[in-house]
Design a binder for this molecule. Structure first.
Ligand SMILES: [Zn+2]
Length: 474
């Protein structure tokens, strides 16, 4: 039985959507039908059964299967009679190419992990080919698990973009800037030049949004933060940054600038609606008010914050203050170690409950909102994605409800958030195109992607091995 308040009875179509001539059906590309449709729209409509009509990559109607069948003659029908359809999941923070480094070093303090493993491995291996292979591996994992959109921060983002384009996903891709030499730039002038070319190259792409991503307030100088802001404003591009992830960051910024990282960014005019900040673990009440006032989106990464022992982000307070909070996985190289948004929902809820001592905070519906429409709002993409409504892009997923773990259903949202697993996803579509059909990833040669990832693992291991002793040496 479903939550009664959310169930909507027919008629479902607005008058404007009704046909002028009842006998003549409109054409559409795809008609997807399922046992239920959770729209995540403002009215929280749930249709049982439900259907979505898609044309030109957009949703042209949401209704019952019989209504839409009487209105549309689709070129293709997709039927998931034992599944629930919902908007594609939005991962608001990751480093996709780092999938090649999954599990390279776990259970270490952040600085040891970075300086002894990640920086050396990246320094010796990160190239356009590395980034492409790692991102394709991440895309295969994400589309299988129902993620349709993600926000990324890494190097060689133009090659990340090529991989995303090949897979068919949607993404906001931030070219990462640091004040020390990294694999794709040695100084600020180079970062600006290559990011400008990246922004120009992908401008106007329907699914790839190029962005600027200064790493964090404690790793980037004022000069580089301001330059990143200006470049983003010039191209109307998003700005991605890590913010207040660790206690140590708070300390460093307090010592250097006498304030908090959020207030420091505000003082240099960095914060604005195009900013998507990851973590915010140590933000205080004033910081949260500031983020809300400046319409900054926040990416909450519960598993990363737990695994790296960064702390517990004040998510409930942030949402109460009016901040749009999405969910993210962070990268898989030590801080998660997968891109599973179902786990992100589950962990976010349980972490908020155990840390507050209040089991009523972040209920299942809020968690599903954060993984869909609120994540889209945090990324300023909610005019395009995040809910299943006429006029939005057709990014949707189906979750199979035939397994024992999802029975019986008392509340559909609760079943999805607390019981379903990413392996229950039976369909992933972006712009009306099937990327995952429940059996295979349609847009990638997954076996080849996995084989190449394993080859990279051996190459990276060899690059990190100590040199063999010279003959005769003791
Ligand atoms: Zn991160």
């Amino acid at each position: 039985m479903l939550a009664a308040a959310a169930i909507v009875a027919a008629p479902l179509l607005a008058a404007a959507e009704a046909p002028h001539a009842p006998s003549k059906k409109s054409s559409c590309d795809v008609l997807v039908t399922a046992a239920h449709v959770i729209t995540m729209d403002a009215a929280d409509r749930v249709l049982s059964p439900g259907a979505i009509a898609i044309k030109g990559g957009a949703i042209v109607a949401v209704g019952t299967p019989s209504e839409l069948s009487s209105l549309y003659s689709p070129k293709q029908r997709i039927s998931r009679p034992r599944s629930v359809l919902l908007p594609g999941l939005v991962n608001t923070h990751t480093h996709a190419a780092m999938n090649l480094l999954r599990g390279i070093a776990d259970d270490l303090p952040l600085m040891d992990w970075l300086t002894k493993f990640i920086f050396p491995a990246e320094g010796k291996n990160v190239s356009p080919a590395f980034v492409k292979a790692g991102t394709l591996l991440a895309c295969a994992e994400m589309v299988r698990g129902g993620t349709t959109t993600f926000a990324d921060m890494y190097y060689f983002e133009s090659d990340v973009a090529s991989a995303v384009d090949q897979c068919g996903m949607r993404a906001v891709l931030g070219e990462t800037w640091l004040d020390f030499p990294v694999p794709d730039h040695k100084d600020l002038a180079e970062s600006i030049a290559m990011t400008r070319a990246f922004l120009q190259k992908w401008k106007g792409h329907p699914r790839v949004i190029a962005a600027v991503a200064p790493h964090a307030p404690f790793t980037n100088s004022k000069e580089s933060l301001v330059a990143a802001r200006d470049l983003a404003l010039e191209f109307k591009a998003p700005l991605l940054i890590h913010l207040s992830e660790t206690k140590d960051e708070q300390k460093q910024i307090a010592e250097k600038y006498g304030t908090t990282p959020a207030k420091w960014l505000e003082s240099i005019g960095f914060l604005g609606p195009n900013v998507l900040a990851a973590h915010g673990v140590w933000c205080d009440a004033d910081d949260l008010r500031l983020l809300a006032e400046r319409n900054v989106g926040l990416a909450h990464n519960p598993e990363s914050n737990m695994k790296l022992a960064s702390g517990i982000a004040p998510v409930v307070a942030a949402r109460k203050a009016g901040v749009a909070v999405g969910l993210g996985t962070d990268g898989v190289a030590g801080s998660n170690n997968d891109l599973d948004m179902w786990e992100a929902m589950d962990f976010a809820g349980k972490l908020a409950k155990v840390s507050s001592g209040d089991p009523t905070v972040l209920p299942a519906r809020d968690l599903l909102r954060m993984a869909t429409i609120e994540g889209a709002r945090a990324m300023k993409l909610d005019d395009r994605i995040g809910s299943l409504e006429t006029g939005k892009r057709a990014d949707l997923i189906a979750v199979d409800l035939t397994r024992a773990r999802t029975h019986p259903v008392w509340d559909l949202t609760s079943t999805l958030v607390y019981a379903a697993k990413e392996s229950d996803v039976s369909l992933t579509m972006v712009e009306g195109r099937v990327l995952w059909d429940g059996v295979r990833v349609r847009t990638l040669d997954e076996a080849k992607v996995i084989r190449e990832a394993d080859e990279w693992r051996n190459k990276i291991a060899a690059s990190l091995a100590p040199p063999a002793p010279r003959a005769g040496a003791k």
